[in-house]
Write a new protein. Structure first.
Length: 265
């Protein structure tokens, strides 16, 4: 099987190497994923076969046949040197996928029937947090992830690894003004619930509304004051003991705790 897979061309290799930069990812509408598990999960959740651009394997990689069995014409081989060129990890895995970015679509509240939960990211700058929150949101069945300006790119290599292949598992989109988007959602009946150290213990809230947007803020500064001002609820996760042993929780951990409360209600 491997002998039938052609080597990657110089033109393709140059194009794929540029995908480490956001401006090129956006210009091409592509992103690069690395690692057996991540690529496998992305393939499992492909909206359609056309969303796969290419699969690349280190020469002699034994899993190539498994991946390409139902994807003829999509595979290419890489030398060890070319693997190192594409990889952003210390030890290249030898398995890469090039995929089309999800076609962005702003969430349509008017189509929602019954309960609905969204997560909004306000200037969450660590791509690892963004990827982890995306995957957690997919696990809890969140309808969409909304990313305000300043939030790390969901197609950053670290975000893709942290999402562990869940990029296609739920709708996600960016907005220039998160404040305006939250006002739009609020006008459509959504309760805006922001995480905040100034809020009330999230366990004190009784029956929660059917439609909720959870806002998760910047790792250092939290949710912006103007976003807190338009929020209907400010939620705090209390610490144990008299005084906290750390300044705050990790943004992705906080998001997971609050999603469990808001979604499984």
């Amino acid at each position: 099987m491997l002998s039938e897979i052609p080597p990657v061309s110089k033109a393709r290799l140059k194009l794929y190497g540029k995908l480490h930069q956001k401006k090129h990812r956006d210009a091409e509408g592509l992103f690069l994923a690395e690692g057996f598990r991540t690529v496998h999960e992305l393939l499992d959740r492909l909206p359609d076969g056309g969303m796969l651009h290419a699969l690349l394997f280190r020469e002699g990689e034994p899993v190539a046949g498994e991946f390409l069995r139902d994807l003829p014409g999509k595979g290419f081989t890489l030398t060890e040197k070319e693997c190192r060129q594409l990889s952003q990890t210390v030890t290249p895995s030898g398995v890469f996928g090039v995929f089309l970015q999800q076609r962005p679509a702003v969430f349509s509240p008017e189509r929602v029937v019954g309960r609905s939960s969204l997560v909004a990211l306000d200037d969450v700058q660590d791509p690892g947090n963004v990827g982890t929150i995306l995957r957690t949101a997919a696990w809890f069945g969140v309808d969409a992830l909304v990313c305000g300006s300043g939030t790390a790119d969901r197609y950053n290599a670290k975000a893709v690894r942290s999402s562990a292949g869940s990029i296609y598992a739920l709708s996600h989109y960016s907005v220039d003004s998160l404040e305006s988007e939250l006002r739009r959602l609020a006008a459509c009946g959504y309760t805006i619930a922001a995480s905040s150290l100034e809020g009330r213990d999230f366990r004190e809230f009784g029956e929660l509304p059917d439609k909720v947007v959870l806002v998760v803020g910047n790792e250092a500064n939290g949710v912006a004051p103007e976003i807190q001002a338009l929020s209907h609820l400010l939620l705090k996760i209390p610490h144990a003991g008299r005084t906290p042993m750390v300044e705050s929780l990790n943004a992705a951990v906080s998001a997971g705790i609050l999603m469990e409360r808001l979604v499984l209600r």
